[in-house]
Design a protein around this ligand. Structure first.
Ligand SMILES: Cc1ncc(COP(=O)(O)O)c(C=O)c1O
Length: 399
């Protein structure tokens, strides 16, 4: 048998992947590390500092004790996929087949990258609203997509329909939508979703929607899944997770709901990336997804109170706040503090004042666009708010 001859080594061989060199480590996660280093109050990364619901934790403990400790089916344990399907039917009225249209992944994070890798070919473009959750940038690079950014503009984070239309074209493979939105708190309205639908139909593009904050809504805002908009069911990949709704960001359990052909492709990528999400936590997830309506109502109520609390603290400390209608972040304008940029201010805040927040630039393709913005999270306890309030009072005196 002829063996392939060894190829001569290229003249210049990069030690590391060129893709990896095109993005930095997560700024959000770095701020958490800085918060620990400086013993600062952490209002940067979006994880709750209060306990997860007791019954859900007990279900996970019981599953481990009952030896649900081996691989689940790679695309998700059946009871959990059934629960996800029932939940989507109950909340959005969309019927999905748990056998053919759901892939359980390691968090929404893996659901997103698996989806991108499943549908993107080189030369494909992906439309992304900006500011954007910082993972979408590296997701695009890793999957080989070219991002096309469309601005959401403060104070109410609307977009220019013409700018959106101009971002679509023959190479558009998908649009990434995150509603309720991190970092802006925008909740997309039906008319906006219909505009997106029209463009997806015109250019034969998918929509990948990250709906991880679906239950955190304020001032009467309503979450509409893009898959419910006429004509979108077959074009939409809906991503969600246990992480935020059940306060278990460390469990790493999420999912993607997609048409059958897309799901088979996502399942292949997911299988070879991770094999599967934690089996005992999927069992607990099945119980979580059957929580009574009161659970979701009180979740939204408690977050509404936390939003008011943090808005008050930030306003008193001199921040201009953009009031969110969903999710659990507040974007602020920091121009009044007179720092050269958001990173300098965030570093000062964490080191000298003792409060960690995320520099706005980490949510933009061009860092200059976020240089007057800083994001705070309010998924925190009253004790954390009190500590933040005391420390930020020093800031006002110096500003
Ligand atoms: C919009 C958005 N999507 C996804 C994630 C990550 O989700 P998971 O922890 O389930 O991977 C986050 C976390 O902050 C987020 O804000």
């Amino acid at each position: 048998m002829n063996r392939a001859q060894p190829q001569p080594a290229p003249a210049v061989k990069s030690r590391l992947s060129g893709k990896v060199e095109r993005f930095t480590e997560s700024v959000i996660r770095e701020m958490t590390r800085l918060a620990i280093q400086h013993n600062a109050v952490n209002l940067s990364q979006g994880f709750p500092d209060f306990p997860a619901p007791a019954d859900i934790k007990r279900a996970a403990q019981d599953a481990i004790a009952a030896d649900v400790n081996q691989y689940a089916i790679t695309w998700g344990a059946k009871p959990f996929r059934n629960a996800i399907a029932e939940n989507f039917q109950r909340t959005q009225g969309v019927t999905v087949d748990p056998e053919r249209e759901i892939t359980v992944c390691c968090g929404a994070t893996e659901a997103m990258i698996s989806t991108m890798m499943a549908i993107v070919n080189s030369g494909d473009e992906v439309v992304v609203f900006e500011p954007f959750y910082e993972n979408y940038g590296p997701d695009a690079i890793l999957s080989g997509a070219t991002p096309r950014f469309v601005k959401l503009r403060a104070p109410d984070w609307t977009f220019d329909p013409e700018e959106l239309a101009a971002a679509f074209g023959p190479h558009t493979k998908a649009i990434i939508l995150n509603s309720p939105n991190n970092p802006t708190g925008k909740v997309f309205e039906r008319t906006e979703l219909e505009m997106i639908r029209d463009l997806c139909a015109r250019w034969d593009a998918f929509a990948i929607t990250d709906e991880i904050y679906e239950h955190m809504l304020y001032d009467g805002a309503q979450h509409i899944s893009l898959a419910t908009i006429d004509g979108m069911r077959e074009r939409t990949i809906t991503i969600n997770a246990l992480s935020k709704t059940y306060s278990v960001t460390g469990w790493r359990v999420g999912w993607a709901i997609a048409p059958e052909d897309v799901t088979s492709a996502i399942r292949k990528v997911h299988d070879f990336l991770t094999v599967g999400a934690a089996a005992p936590l999927q069992q607990a997830g099945a119980l979580a997804m059957h929580s009574a309506p009161e659970y979701y109502e009180s979740l939204a109520r408690e977050y509404a109170a936390r939003r008011e609390r943090l808005l008050g603290i930030l306003a008193r400390a001199g921040f201009k706040c953009f009031k969110p209608r969903g999710a659990y972040y507040i974007m602020t304008d920091i121009s009044a503090f007179g720092f050269p940029d958001d990173v300098a201010f965030a570093k000062y805040l964490v080191k000298e004042i003792g409060v960690a927040a995320v520099p706005g630039s980490s949510f933009y393709n061009d860092p200059a666009d976020g240089r007057t913005q800083l994001r705070f999270t309010f998924c925190k306890t009253e004790k954390t708010f009190q500590a933040a309030e005391e420390r930020l009072a020093k800031l006002k005196a110096r500003a």
